[in-house]
Design a protein. Structure first.
Length: 144
């Protein structure tokens, strides 16, 4: 594998993690204890609405968005909102991008998909005690 591909992948993961951190720390104006908690996967939430109120979406949830990027190993991909896809396409100008971990076959870039799962706190790296949030998908469905 060429070294620049590995560097690009690391930079992309860092950018996405930074965007999630920024969105998470921006706040919604609702205390986390007073925020409604999603308890079923019936309602579908857009990427922007989900990321701007991630604390109110603890538990199972379905998120819909366009695939903007797929990691080389296919285990991670990023989703962006419909509005951002219309403005940016798959370029890196989207303000909010949701990193999704998925064990199945990766969707194609530009696919509109619904992912079902929940946000989990995971170690940022094997050597750090810091954590980050990742959407762990248990189902991915292409929207026709």
């Amino acid at each position: 594998m060429k070294w620049w591909i590995a560097i690009l992948a690391v930079v992309c993961v860092g950018v996405v993690a930074g965007m999630i951190w920024r969105a998470q720390n921006r706040g919604t104006g609702i205390p986390a204890s007073a925020a409604p908690v999603a308890t079923s996967t019936d309602a579908v939430v857009g990427v922007e609405a989900f990321m701007r109120a991630v604390d109110s979406h603890r538990g199972p949830v379905r998120v819909e968005g366009f695939v903007a990027n797929v990691a080389p190993d296919g285990r991670f991909f990023t989703l962006i909102d419909r509005k951002e896809f219309a403005e940016c396409g798959t370029q890196n100008c989207a303000e909010l991008a949701l990193p999704v971990q998925w064990a199945g076959p990766a969707p194609a870039i530009k696919d509109l998909v619904q992912v079902a799962g929940e946000v989990k706190e995971v170690a940022a790296s094997t050597t750090s005690k810091q954590t980050r949030l990742v959407f762990m998908a248990n189902a991915v469905r292409k929207v026709p």
